[in-house]
Design a protein around this ligand. Structure first.
Ligand code: PLP
Length: 402
């Protein structure tokens, strides 16, 4: 948009700009290598297979998965969560004949809340909520309180897209394994992969849903589900069923899906162009500290903390949050405020429920939601100051019209 300032403060929705080299890698792949992987021995098919293998291996390394085959490539984080929830519920129901026990936290995104609610409505799962505290933390105790011996799946987001709260995943994982060893633990890592260090083995995680377009600064339309050995043993009965079937390029004479990972849970031609983008994005990923982004966000808090019209949400301890800051301004509807910030100041923020109604019910901001800013590695002091100045101007204008 020529002439109009554009200040991007919506990295939690998607990163912008993408990591250097991502667009080029995708267009080069599309022009020269875009065969159908696993579907032929010719050069193009092999080139596409190499890209898929490289993406899988890079993602596996990033989260310390046991092997690249445990990274099932999906069409995004939501798709990965759907595979996990529907797959585990289906398996649990088959083996017990009863609705599956599912526990989700009270800060979950609709990517978790809606599949869970679908099973609740259909009577295929009994769903319980593990309640967060006022800063959005979900403790191991809050999770364990909702579990019993029939709980097949617990799902907790690694970091809330509304509050930035980083959950104590390793502690929850450890308590679950010791008290409910048959329960699988699913993590929604939409907001944290490429941002925080992740070690699925050390964290006691069985399933992890990953998107690549936020913290990894990769393309949309591709993600992955990590499937750990307790969910899909090398030898033994899988505890996650395949909820989509189709061609895999291997064992084609069978009308059932191949037994081994990743093919057992992947069907159809994959997003190879996206995989080329993932490979390029991973080359630029350095899991440095996010202290700079946190410091910038606290600049906003410090500027307005004495103004009683501004309420900030989320953890007070900057080390326990990602670079997401939600707020409300007395007398302003968050969505109208976001529209004003965009149209008058060129600030791209996000407002409303942010696809997380459960979280807003927990913190008392339902149904209007909040105004959210979220930073990325390229965010600068100037960007944050532009936001502070605009908010200051809105507050002054409000004061004079009262
Ligand atoms: N989970 C959380 C916490 C998110 O913030 C998002 C996206 O905003 C998702 C899941 C879904 O990710 P996607 O829309 O990329 O599939």
């Amino acid at each position: 948009m020529p002439g109009k300032p554009f200040v991007y403060l919506d990295h939690a929705a998607t990163s912008w700009p993408k990591a250097q080299g991502v667009a080029e890698a995708m267009s080069t792949f599309l022009a020269h290598e875009a065969g159908n992987p696993g579907r032929g021995g010719h050069a193009l098919a092999q080139a596409a297979q190499r890209v898929m293998d490289e993406a899988r291996a890079g993602l596996a390394k990033l989260i310390n998965a046991e092997s690249p085959d445990r990274m099932v490539l999906t069409y995004g984080c939501t798709d990965a969560i759907n595979l996990a929830i529907h797959g585990v519920v289906s398996c649990a129901r088959c083996s017990t004949g009863n609705p599956a026990g599912v526990v989700i936290s009270s800060v979950e995104h609709n990517a978790v809340g809606r599949p869970a609610e679908t099973h609740r409505c259909e009577g295929t799962a009994e769903v319980r909520l593990a309640q967060c505290d006022s800063e959005g933390f979900v403790t191991p105790e809050a999770v364990l309180e909702q579990c019993d011996e029939h709980t097949s799946l617990v799902c907790v987001t690694h970091s809330s897209n509304v509050l930035g709260t980083i959950q104590p995943i390793a502690e929850i994982g450890k308590s679950l394994r010791s008290q409910f060893p048959n329960t699988l633990f699913l993590i929604d890592a939409a907001q944290t992969v490429g941002v925080l260090p992740i070690d699925v083995r050390a964290m006691g995680v069985d399933l992890m849903a990953i998107g690549v377009h936020k913290g990894l600064r990769g393309p949309t339309g591709i993600g992955a589900l990590y499937v750990g050995p307790r969910a899909y043993p090398d030898d033994g009965e899988p505890r996650i069923a395949c909820c989509r079937q189709g061609g895999t390029g291997v064992l084609s004479r069978d009308l059932t899906m191949p037994p081994g990972l990743p093919s057992a849970l992947e069907a159809g031609t994959p997003n190879t162009v996206g995989a080329a983008g993932v490979v390029a994005a991973l080359k630029k990923t350095s899991l440095g500290s996010i202290d700079d982004e946190r410091r910038l966000l606290f600049r906003v808090i410090e500027r307005f903390q004495n103004d009683s019209r501004v309420t900030f949400f989320g953890p007070r301890d900057p080390n326990r949050r990602t670079a997401v800051l939600s707020m409300n301004i007395d007398g302003h509807d968050p969505r109208e405020l976001a529209t004003l910030l965009d149209s008058s100041f060129g600030l791209a923020t996000r407002a409303g429920l942010l696809c997380s109604p459960l979280c807003h019910e927990s913190i008392g901001t339902f149904p209007d939601g909040v105004l959210r800013i979220s930073l990325g590695p390229q965010s600068t002091e100037e960007v944050v100051d532009a936001f502070c100045d605009a908010l200051g101007a809105v507050l002054s204008a409000t004061a004079t019209t009262r």
